[in-house]
Design a protein around this ligand. Structure first.
Ligand SMILES: C[S@@+](CC[C@H](N)C(=O)[O-])C[C@H]1O[C@@H](n2cnc3c(N)ncnc32)[C@H](O)[C@@H]1O
Length: 424
């Protein structure tokens, strides 16, 4: 069976639905998601699964859930929350409730962090409201269940957990005082319905989403965010996305390491125009307002403290996949490049997409001067793990070699920030 054609159909479906760029993400991520869903549906044939997905919105949502990267944690890039507080203190006029947006909110850590930071800063209950939107219904179920394990609490400073969480079966749960500030709903940054309520936000967090889009889609998303933001509103993006807003009518606010932007006064640059050739995207499922959490006691507000919060992903369990990666590393150290490529490919086929495997694959291609393939694989590693330092460093060298000095500089800045954050 020729699988290439249907795979391309799936790629297009995912690009049209959620904006996922295959050049960034790579086909193996899609293949892996397809394998999981086909097994779950007991449909072994790709053509049959295509027919099933296209006629079944619920399964399309399952496929979206299988392909997205939910990676997030509380107070990720902590300076963003300090910038938000400072911006709101300096720009608040009158007493109307403030409106904040977390899009994408993933499993809820980001919007709950916004709530904690505002309560800490003395913004009273009821003085703000946070809309939290994501395209993954599975993530939203997790967000509303709101039970968080070790992986959601990273870095040295997790004092907020004592103040705002209670122990629950399977982890920790934010107090009602935090949960009731957040309103979750299913939505797609690229769909007109996401803006249906015509809500205008004082602050919009759109972090670690644009990196998965191609340039055109990044432009379309930023145009939409611009429309959703008040004239003096603040936009926060992820560290890897900090070069994008300036291309689309935003100006940097220069809060250190916050990646914060306001609307530029001048007319947006031409690159900011929404794409005209592409047909409008539709949300993968009906945009629904999900119930708010219930009210209970809340702790006394505390000033929001800005302290570094180095990201420290938890160590993987020593399992077969880890052993395979260790073996791949030994192969690389020994300079056995042909073997390296085969071993990394085998690893991905057996265990599914993994940042380290893509990194090694990129390195094998790089050493063989297959620049396009090398670049593609480094990017796949960064799709799965945006802070993968070795992939960032190699991609930077490659871009330098290719004469893309501004791209290389952006990656060097990103590496610097990572090094500062981890204190290396
Ligand atoms: C890596 S998480 C980022 C979460 C959080 N903003 C953070 O920075 O920690 C990416 C999220 O984007 C969501 N997503 C992907 N495409 C989307 C789209 N077109 N519209 C809304 N959410 C989307 C995914 O479901 C996933 O939860």
């Amino acid at each position: 069976m020729d699988e290439a054609a249907p795979i391309r159909d799936f790629e297009k479906l995912l690009r049209d639905t959620i904006g996922l760029s295959m050049e960034t993400v790579g086909a193996s991520v899609i293949r892996h998601a397809l394998k999981r869903r086909m097994t779950a549906c007991a449909i072994p044939d790709l053509h049959a699964y295509w027919a099933f997905v296209t006629g079944n919105p619920a399964e399309r949502q399952e496929l979206v859930d299988a392909v997205i990267v939910p990676e997030t944690w509380f107070f990720r890039d902590r300076e963003a929350f300090g910038a938000m507080v400072r911006h709101l203190r300096e720009n608040r006029v009158g007493n109307r409730p403030l409106k904040l947006l977390s899009l994408p909110c993933s499993t809820g850590e980001e919007p709950y962090s916004i709530a904690m930071a505002l309560l800490d800063a003395g913004f009273p209950d009821g003085s703000f409201q946070i809309d939290a939107i994501d395209v993954s219904s599975r993530n939203l179920v997790h967000a509303q269940r709101a039970i968080y394990g070790r992986n959601s609490f990273r870095g040295a400073d997790i004092a907020f957990r004592n103040r705002y969480f209670e122990a629950a079966e399977g982890g920790f749960r934010p107090h009602d005082s935090v949960r009731r500030q957040v309103r979750f709903r299913l939505g797609n940054v690229l769909a007109a319905e996401t803006q249906a309520g015509q809500d205008i936000y004082d602050v919009a967090f759109c972090r670690n989403l644009l990196i998965y889009f191609d340039r055109e889609t990044q432009g379309a998303a930023l145009v939409r965010l611009r429309q959703m933001l008040a004239d003096d509103g603040l936009l926060l993006v992820g560290p890897a996305e900090s070069g994008l807003p300036a291309l689309c009518g935003f100006a940097s606010v220069r809060f250190p390491r916050a990646f914060a932007f306001v609307k530029a006064r001048a007319k947006p640059a031409k690159a900011a125009e929404p794409p005209v050739a592409r047909k409008p995207r539709s949300a993968p499922a009906q945009t629904a307002l999900l119930p708010r959490a219930q009210v209970a006691s809340r702790p006394a507000p505390r000033p929001f403290e800005r302290k570094p919060d180095p990201a420290q992903p938890s160590a993987p369990a020593p399992d077969r996949a880890a052993a395979s990666l260790a073996e791949i590393e030994r192969t690389a150290d020994a300079g056995r490049l042909t073997e390296l490529r085969a071993a990394a490919e085998r690893h991905i086929a057996e265990f599914g997409p993994a940042p380290d495997a893509f990194y090694w694959l990129g390195l094998a291609h790089d050493a063989a001067d297959a620049t396009e393939d090398a670049m593609r694989n480094y990017r796949k590693a960064l799709y799965l793990a945006p802070d993968h330092q070795r992939a960032l460093a190699q991609l930077r060298l490659l871009q330098q070699r290719l004469g893309d000095h501004s791209g290389a500089k952006a990656l060097a800045d990103r590496l610097d920030r990572l090094a500062k954050r981890s204190g290396t």
